[in-house]
Design a protein around this ligand. Structure first.
Ligand SMILES: [Zn+2]
Ligand SMILES: [Zn+2]
Length: 218
């Protein structure tokens, strides 16, 4: 399986095109720039358009891509109402999506949104949406969401083999290995009960100034 990462739109959302051979594709998170995405999949059979979650910076070109390709749109039911168009497929934890002779497995990763999912690809690679970035977790809107996201990371991400590549919804890829020590150091230090927002693993507990507005997005 070949992965093409295309940063699109003002938030430079990573849209991913997954190729199985040259003819079969999946499109993940069509955030913006529909023309770029349509060129990338031109001449292939697009099996589905999948969303890691329903935020607008990941769905900006969704209506246009669906209209142009007729491909079914898949999202976790908990994020379905965030979409600009009604989804055709409901993605559930453990579900396998086939395209050509390849497949991806869906993992529910709630926290950044209730319906966030990760997509497990062949070769220890995961598309993780806005669940984790190099240096910190994704944005959360409340202390309860942050606690949920930390539980997801603890139970679903940091149990993966250390060599697992994490391909996020914005910016460069990272690995479980690279994030492992900073994450566990953060856990050992603990965090303020009311922590949420744009937290980084090197955030000092209770110091608002160490939040990073640069990662803020819808
Ligand atoms: Zn998001
Ligand atoms: Zn995003």
């Amino acid at each position: 399986m070949h992965i093409l990462r295309l940063p699109v739109g003002i938030y430079q959302t990573n849209s991913y095109v997954l190729f199985c051979g040259k003819r079969h594709t999946l499109l993940v998170d069509p955030g913006d720039d529909p023309g770029t995405l349509l060129s990338a999949i031109a001449g292939t059979h697009l099996a589905a358009i999948l969303l890691t979650h329903g935020h607008p910076d990941h769905t900006g070109a969704l209506a246009e891509l669906r209209q142009a390709t007729g491909a079914p749109v898949g999202v976790h039911p908990a994020d379905a109402e965030l979409l600009p168009v009604p989804p055709d497929l409901k993605l559930h934890d453990g579900q396998v999506v086939h395209f050509g002779r390849c497949r991806v497995r869906v993992h529910h990763l709630p926290g950044h949104t209730p319906g966030s999912v990760g997509l497990q690809l062949s070769g220890h690679r995961w598309l993780v949406g806005d669940t984790i970035f190099p240096g910190g977790p994704g944005h959360t809107d409340s202390p309860a969401d942050f606690a949920q996201l930390m539980q997801t990371l603890w139970q679903r991400i940091f149990v993966l083999p250390r060599k697992t590549q994490l391909l996020p919804g914005h910016g460069e890829p990272t690995t479980v290995d690279h994030e492992y020590e900073p994450f566990h150091t953060f856990l050992r230090k603990g965090w303020a009960e009311d922590a949420y927002g744009d937290v980084r693993w090197d955030t000092k507990p209770g110091v608002p100034g160490s939040m990073t507005p640069s990662m803020q997005h819808a």
